[in-house]
Design a protein. Sequence first.
Length: 127
Amino acid sequence: MSTRDEDAAWQQIVENYGERPDVSETPAEAPATEAPLTDPPEVFHLEVYDETFVPPPLPPPPVIKPERRAAWVGLVGCPVLLIVLSLVHYTLPTVLNGGLVVAFLASFGYLVATMEPHDPDDDGARL
């Protein structure tokens, strides 16, 4: 399709769009009169407050039982130790490798078994 065909198509759309407003019915625009400026515009001032916001102190962290702390160390520490030993090409005896895997699984099982049920309506939001 050439440019002339496209222009003709657009012109046809414009001509058949609808009734054009009657120019005699539109109100005449009054000449715009500008009001003289009596005051210059205000200069923007940024006020910096000397007061600083100090948030309230955080609540103390929850006390973790030693058994759960040991389970977390086993859950995170055993895989990290196995990965680091593999990266440095150091081989542990098979019994120790198996012991680390069992400690990882036991830690995971203990943490899952001792989870406390939470209120289903509590979404965790704090005010």
